[in-house]
Design a protein around this ligand. Structure first.
Ligand SMILES: Cc1cc2nc3c(=O)[nH]c(=O)nc-3n(C[C@H](O)[C@H](O)[C@H](O)COP(=O)(O)O)c2cc1C
Ligand code: SF4
Length: 441
C-alpha cells in the first residue's frame, strides 16, 4: 500500500512551496480550494514580458544545482521561432542526498502543472514535458492523475481556462541514470536516444528539444513560479538576503542529524542554526566533522566553515564553491573522510557515461586509488596524485559530471589530508576498529 512520506517541520520554516504538503492537494478540487490555479488565470491576463519580469524581480534561481537566474533563462527564448517552443521539467533528481523534488510531486503535483502553464505563457510554448526519474515510477501515477484531472477541468488542452489558448503536458520517466539529469542528456533521453549530453552551444534556449527553443527547469524551480506570479516578485525576493538570492528553498537534511528531513528555509539561513536547531545537532553527542552543503557534487565544508556559512548562492560563490541542489549531509567525527571520498567516487565512477576521457578514466583511477588507500595500501605520493587527477578533470569534460566528481574529492584531500596520512604505509583505517580486527583475522 502507498504511504506518503512523513514530513519534518521546524518553526523557522517559511512555507511557500511546502505549505500544501499534507493537506490533500493531490486532489485538484482541494488544490483549487487552497488557492491553486489562481496564478495561472492571472498569468493569462498578463503580457509575456510582464510574467518574465516578475520572475526576474523575484530573484528566483534554478534549484536543480547550477543556480542560474530563472527569469533571465526564460528571457533567452526567442520571441519569434519557426520551430515549436517547449517547456521541459527536470524531475530526474538523482543527486545523492537530494530528495525534495519527489515531495513536490508527491504532495503538490498541481503546483508543478501550474508552473509549467505559466512558463508556457511567458515564452510562447504550447507543450510542456515533465520528466521524472526512473526510480520515481511510483510518483508517475500521481503526476499522471494530476495531469488528467487538469485536462478534465479544462486547465490543459485546446482552450486553457476557456481562454482560447492551447497548452498541453506530457509525462515521461527515465531508465534510472544520473547523467540523464544533465539538461542536454535529458533532451536526448526524452527524444528516445541514449542519454548522452550534447555539445554546447547551441544552448537549449535556442535549439533544444526536437530542435526547438526550450526552457529547462527543475521541479522545485517551476513549483515556485505560481506563488511568485500571485504575490509578485518583490514579495518573494524579500524572504532572501538580497535581490539575487530570492525566497526559500527546500533543504534536505540527511546523514548524521538528529532530525533529518526536508525543511523549507529562507535563503541566507545561517548554517549553524540549520545544523544544531533545525537538524537537531549530531546524534550521540558527537561533533560535526564535515558538511556536504548541497548534494555530492559540492565542495565539502569543514566544521568551522559549516558553522559560519549562510545558505545562499553568494556565500558559496565568494569562495568559488557551490550551494548545490539542496541535499545537506552532516558527517560526524567518527567518520573516515577517505571512506567518504571513496563512497562519493564510487557513485560518479558508476554513473559516468564514459564519453570523455578525463571523466571516464579519472573517476575509475580515483575510485581504485581510494579503495587501495582506504584498505591500507596507500603510499605518500598517492595523495598528491589524487589531487592532480581531480584538478585535471575539473573543467575538462563535456558535461559537469566531471566537475561534480572532482570538487568533493579536491576539498576532502585538501581539508582532511591528515586522515589520508593516517592511512599510509599499511596502516588500517583508524576509524574502523571492527574492520581492522577482521582484516587481521
Ligand atoms: C550530471 C548532472 C546531473 C544533473 N541532474 C539534475 C537533476 O536530477 N535535476 C535537475 O533539476 N537538474 C539536474 N542537473 C542540472 C541540469 O543540467 C539543469 O541545470 C537544471 O535542470 C536546470 O533547471 P534549473 O535552472 O531550474 O535549476 C544536473 C546536471 C548534471 C551535470
Ligand atoms: S563528463 Fe562524464 S558523464 Fe559527462 S559526458 Fe563526459 S564522460 Fe559522460
Amino acid at each position: 500500500m502507498y504511504t506518503p512520506t512523513p514530513l519534518a517541520s521546524h518553526p523557522d520554516e517559511v512555507r511557500i512551496i511546502s505549505k500544501r504538503f499534507g493537506h490533500g492537494a493531490q486532489n485538484i478540487d482541494r488544490y483549487i480550494e487552497l488557492g491553486g490555479y489562481k496564478a495561472a488565470r492571472k498569468a493569462l491576463e498578463m503580457q509575456p514580458d510582464d510574467i518574465i519580469n516578475e520572475v526576474k524581480a523575484s530573484g528566483l534561481r534554478g534549484r536543480g544545482g547550477a543556480g542560474f537566474a530563472t527569469g533571465m533563462k526564460w528571457s533567452f527564448i526567442p520571441k519569434q521561432s519557426e520551430a515549436p517552443k517547449y517547456i521541459l521539467i527536470n524531475g530526474d533528481e538523482s543527486e545523492p542526498a537530494t530528495c525534495k523534488d519527489r515531495l513536490l510531486v508527491e504532495y503538490d503535483p498541481h503546483a508543478i502543472i501550474e508552473g509549467v502553464i505559466i512558463a508556457g505563457l511567458a515564452v510562447g510554448a504550447k507543450l510542456g514535458f515533465i520528466y521524472l526519474r526512473g526510480e520515481y515510477r511510483y510518483l508517475l501515477e500521481i503526476m499522471e492523475k494530476a495531469v488528467a484531472d487538469a485536462y478534465v477541468k479544462g486547465f490543459l488542452g485546446n482552450s486553457i481556462f476557456g481562454s482560447g489558448r492551447e497548452f498541453n503536458i506530457l509525462t515521461h520517466t527515465g531508465a534510472g541514470a544520473y547523467e540523464v539529469g544533465e539538461e542536454s542528456a535529458l533532451m536526448e533521453s526524452l527524444e528516445g536516444k541514449r542519454g548522452l549530453p550534447r555539445l554546447k552551444p547551441p544552448f537549449p534556449a535556442i535549439k533544444g528539444l526536437y530542435g526547438g527553443p526550450t526552457v529547462i527547469n527543475n521541479v522545485e524551480t517551476i513549483a515556485t513560479v505560481p506563488p511568485i506570479i500571485l504575490n509578485g516578485g518583490k514579495w518573494y525576493v524579500s524572504f532572501g538576503p538580497n535581490e539575487k538570492n530570492g525566497g526559500t528553498r527546500l533543504t534536505c537534511l540527511t546523514g548524521h542529524f538528529n532530525k533529518p528531513g526536508v525543511y523549507e528555509l529562507p535563503l541566507g539561513y545561517p548554517s549553524k542554526k540549520m545544523i544544531y536547531e533545525v537538524g537537531g545537532g549530531i546524534p550521540n553527542g558527537r561533533k560535526l566533522k564535515a558538511l556536504v552543503p548541497g548534494g555530492s557534487s559540492t565542495f565539502l565544508l569543514n566544521q568551522e566553515e559549516a558553522e559560519s556559512a549562510t545558505m545562499d548562492y553568494d556565500w558559496f560563490a565568494r569562495r568559488g564553491e557551490f550551494l548545490g541542489s539542496g541535499g545537506v549531509v552532516a558527517i560526524d567525527d567518527q567518520t573516515c573522510m577517505v571512506k567518504v571520498a571513496l563512497r562519493i567516487m564510487k557513485f560518479y565512477q558508476h554513473e559516468s557515461c564514459g564519453w570523455c576521457i578525463p571523466c571516464r578514466e579519472g573517476t575509475d583511477w580515483l575510485k581504485k586509488t581510494l579503495t587501495r588507500f582506504h584498505d591500507g595500501g596507500g603510499v605518500n605520493k598517492d595523495i598528491d596524485q589524487m589531487l592532480y587527477l581531480a584538478n585535471n578533470m575539473a573543467g575538462r569534460t563535456f558535461c559537469a559530471l566531471g566537475d561534480a566528481a572532482a570538487f568533493p574529492t579536491i576539498s576532502i584531500v585538501k581539508k582532511w589530508r591528515q586522515e589520508f596520512e593516517e592511512h599510509l604505509d599499511g596502516k588500517p583505517c583508524p576509524f574502523e576498529p571492527v574492520s581492522r580486527e577482521m582484516a587481521i583475522a
